[in-house]
Ligand binder design. Structure first.
Ligand code: NAI
Length: 342
């Protein structure tokens, strides 16, 4: 039995997390979901805070499946998503971006892994008004975090047969901050002579990604560039509805999709649960349940290959529930075939 914290999240979060849980449960792996309280906790000013109970739960279970959480724009509280990553030192954000079989997009052969530094950079949340009309936001880059994420990227490349790590930066302009990041990556690259190492300036990288994405293998980025380039890459393979992710630290792991709360479609039973279900497959791998993880991927891939029961963001007309029912049925059928074979 594996205990797993479940944070349903906001917007489409409860719909896609319920779908992902059903799909993971269908594998037959015994998962004991510890669902955390959803009621917002606020401070005296009414700003939303991270639930202490969420942190306690993840510290206990060490692993969580999480839906997206909303953050007000240009006002209000800090991102709870960022706060959670920082509080648990989930320093590596891992986002594998691949074409799904049968899902026609403008590009074939996209198979790129994004490794994003998850704890600092402009997401440190240090902003202040110097004088009215002048605001300063601090970009924090440390040798420790840059070296740690670089080592994660190269170790991931080595373990997963990735041949080339490409560091993305803007060190021509931010010579000290991005320069420090780049120098740390270069030092780590020297420890992995079997892995090719390249560098690209972020603007050029974006152009190359939308011209010829198949040339990229593993991208290593700081927090802000990683956030932006992740959505860009999702767009290459069918959109935010299909790209999974993991936030990994040395003690804890939180699996969530790349997408946000999608307020435009929340509550309509049309959201695509593929991204969170594939994040769930990454969670199963993390728990050592590789066969179950593979069963989830295969069931999802089969539906995409056949083009049946897909949601509208990927060209179908099925509801969240219809897609989930079809994946659950395929996963259960595979699980009973495994039992018969055993
Ligand atoms: P978003 O990712 O929520 O939505 C962007 C577009 O993609 C929308 O058109 C939406 O309908 C579509 N989309 C996203 N996920 C989908 C799915 N599973 N199925 C079908 N269509 C999907 O980005 P947006 O609108 O910029 O942000 C909304 C809120 O989410 C904001 O409050 C933002 O701060 C938050 N957010 C939270 C994240 C997290 O919890 N890790 C990540 C990104 C944004």
């Amino acid at each position: 039995m594996h205990r797993v914290t479940l944070i349903p999240g906001d917007g489409i979060g409860p719909e896609v997390s319920a779908a992902a849980c059903r799909i993971l449960n269908a594998t037959g792996v015994k998962l004991d979901w510890e669902e955390v309280e959803a009621e917002p906790v606020t401070d005296r000013r009414g700003d939303r805070l991270l639930h202490a109970g969420w942190l306690d739960s993840i510290r206990r279970t060490r692993v969580a499946l999480k839906g997206p959480m909303a953050t007000p724009v240009a006002e209000g509280h800090r991102s709870l998503n960022v706060a959670l990553r920082q509080a648990l030192e989930l320093y590596a954000n891992l986002r594998p971006v691949r074409n799904l079989p049968g899902l026609k997009t403008r590009f074939d052969g996209v198979d790129v892994v994004i490794v994003r530094e998850n704890t600092e950079d402009l997401y440190a949340g240090l902003e202040h008004t110097v004088v009215p009309g002048v605001v300063e936001g601090l970009k924090i880059v440390t040798e420790r975090a840059s070296t740690r994420i670089a080592r994660f990227a190269f170790q991931y490349a080595r373990a997963n047969h990735r041949r080339t790590v490409c560091a993305i930066h803007k060190a021509n302009i931010m010579k000290l901050s991005d320069g420090l990041f780049l120098n740390c990556v270069r030092r780590v690259a020297g420890e992995f002579p079997e892995i090719n190492y390249q560098e690209l300036i972020v603007d050029n990288a974006c152009m190359q990604l939308v011209m010829k994405p198949e040339q990229f293998d593993l991208l290593l980025l700081q927090n802000l560039y990683g956030d932006i380039v992740s959505d860009l890459c999702a767009g290459l393979v069918g959109g935010l509805g299909v790209v999974p992710a993991a936030n990994l630290g040395s003690e804890h792991a939180v699996f969530e999709a790349v997408h946000g709360t999608a307020p435009d479609i929340a509550g309509k039973n049309v959201a695509n649960p593929t991204a969170l279900a594939l994040s769930g497959a990454m969670l199963l791998d993390h728990l050592g349940e590789a066969a179950a993880a593979q069963a989830v991927r295969q069931a999802i891939h089969a539906l995409y290959r056949e083009g049946r029961h897909l949601t509208s963001d990927v060209g179908g007309s099925a509801s969240t529930t219809e897609f989930t029912d079809a994946v659950v049925a395929a996963v259960e059928a595979a699980a009973s075939r495994r039992q018969v074979g055993a």
